[in-house]
Each structure stands twice: as structure tokens, then as C-alpha cells.
Design a protein around this ligand. Structure first.
Ligand SMILES: [Zn+2]
Length: 279
């Protein structure tokens, strides 16, 4: 992978402030005109009146480096930032991120530019020992519609043929695949996660069926446990579940409880461990 150095000399775009990077931010140039390629965008950044920059600009012909990775650029400045960015990056994310601009010039070839960006991104993540969790869209940090083909469905369909969320997930997977050589799907932040609960009580196994404490597990994942005195039955999310009572604690078959809670069940025989996952 060849990178051409055309470091900026415009002090308004290159303040020469040292940074310690924590992540990579993906952008698009938002310039669909013919000729708006990497060199043209680099020269725009170097225009003495421009107060914007990024570390790399990628088109279908080359990758241009505008800033060293340990210097601050101006690519994600905003009046306000999203809570996740404030929590994981800083109160001013320009001071800890590497920006990559993807060119969408009409005379360029999007798939070639895309693949080049995947390779550049994977090489940066690899260098720092990061995974795709350290990968951000500009949108994730400030809410700006950037890169539009990973944020808005109309642009996503035009450039990638998919919906925006799928296109962004695919980009992350393409990077992940290069990074690890495994076609493993990156896990989302909240919708797919392993539920790990440290329980004060243990489950047990009878005739090959595992039983786990109902209340401890249900409440840990936001389920509602009820008791119907008339029928002397336990309910989970409003549905009756067969329970056995041991020393004042209700236990239910793991699979039955998991299905009422919308969890998947796996059995790790080696560690004698029941693993519940959000589906
Ligand atoms: Zn952007």
C-alpha cells in the first residue's frame, strides 16, 4: 500500500499540536464534482484561509498523507459532542483522533477508493493494536451527516447499494477481516452482547436439565418477576414459568427462562457454565 506524502504547510489547518491518538474517524469529502480528488482536497486544506484538515485523503488513484498521525487535525470540531464520544475520546476529539477523508468525485471509481480506505484503516488499527471498536464515523462523534453514504440511506444506496447501517457494518467487517484474517462479524455496542452476571447463588443440574435462579437472572437483564398467590406460580414478563423452590429461592429450567427473557442459551461443558446471550 503506497502513501504519498503531501504534508500541509497551512498553519490554520496544521497547528503542529502533538496528540496521542485513540481512534480513527471516517469522513467523506462531500464534494461530488469531477476533479475533486485527493490532490484537490489536499490543496484545499493547504489554502491559507482553510481551517480544516484530515490526516489522510483517499481517492481511486492514491492515498495522500496531509498530517503526521501524532499531530492534531481539524476534522471533528463541533459545538457539542455525543455522550459516547465524550466518554471514549475526550471533550475535544480532534485532540485524539486520526481523520480519513474518502473522495467521492464523479470522475473517480468508488469501489477502488473504498477498498483503498479499508486497507489504510486496517493498517492504522493494526499499528496501534486496535480493533474496529476504535473506528468512528464523523456522525458518531458530532451528529454531522458524514460520511453520508454510511449515515443516510439514499446516499448509501447510491454509492454502496445497501442501507446506511448495513454499509457501515460492512465497512467495519471488511476492515476487521483484513485485520484478523477471520471473516468474523464485529459485535455491535448494545444489540448483541454477552450477558455476564455474577450470581450470589448457583444453579444446578437435574437429569441433564440446568436450573438457574429466576429473580437474579431476570432482573439483571431487565425482566419483570411476579408472583401469583392464588395459583402459587411465578411469572416472568407476565408469563407463568414452572419453578422449583430451594431455600426460598425459585429456580427454573434455563432454556425456559431464557426464552421468556429473549435470551439465547449456550452450554460450555468444559467450564460447566451456562451462557446466556442477548439475541
Ligand atoms: Zn466528516
Amino acid at each position: 500500500m503506497q502513501i504519498s506524502d503531501m504534508l500541509l504547510t497551512n498553519p490554520k489547518a496544521r497547528p503542529r499540536t502533538k496528540i496521542v491518538p485513540k481512534g480513527v474517524v471516517i469522513h467523506w469529502t462531500a464534494n461530488e464534482r469531477s476533479g475533486a480528488n485527493a490532490v484537490a482536497n489536499r490543496n484545499f486544506f493547504n489554502n491559507p484561509t482553510t481551517e480544516a484538515s484530515a490526516h489522510y485523503i483517499v481517492d481511486d488513484a492514491q492515498i495522500i498523507r496531509c498530517l503526521p498521525e501524532d499531530e492534531m487535525g481539524y476534522h471533528v470540531g463541533a459545538k457539542a459532542y455525543k455522550p459516547m464520544a465524550l466518554a471514549k475520546l475526550s471533550s475535544y476529539p480532534n485532540n485524539c483522533t486520526i481523520g480519513i477523508e474518502m473522495c467521492v468525485n464523479a470522475d473517480g471509481h468508488f469501489p477502488v477508493m473504498y477498498q483503498r480506505t479499508v486497507e489504510l484503516t486496517a493498517s492504522i488499527l493494526k499499528k496501534y493494536g486496535w480493533g474496529v471498536e476504535q473506528l468512528w464515523r464523523h456522525y458518531d462523534i458530532t451528529g454531522k451527516i458524514c460520511p453520508a453514504f454510511f449515515v443516510e440511506d439514499d446516499y448509501a444506496r447510491k454509492y454502496t447499494g445497501s442501507k446506511a447501517t448495513e454499509a457501515w457494518e460492512k465497512f467495519q467487517q471488511d476492515v476487521h477481516r483484513l485485520l484478523t484474517a477471520y471473516p468474523q462479524k464485529p459485535q455491535g455496542d448494545v444489540d448483541k452482547c454477552e450477558v455476564q452476571i455474577a450470581l450470589a447463588t448457583h444453579g444446578f443440574v437435574i437429569n441433564g436439565v440446568s436450573y438457574v435462579p429466576v429473580r437474579a437472572i431476570a432482573e439483571a437483564v431487565g425482566g419483570v418477576v411476579g408472583w401469583e398467590p392464588e395459583t402459587q406460580t411465578v411469572t416472568v414478563n407476565g408469563k407463568v414459568i414452572a419453578c422449583t423452590n430451594e431455600k426460598g429461592i425459585s429456580y427454573a429450567a434455563t432454556r425456559e427462562l431464557a426464552s421468556l427473557l429473549g435470551l439465547g442459551v449456550e452450554w460450555d461443558g468444559q467450564r460447566k457454565l451456562v451462557i446466556l446471550r442477548k439475541e
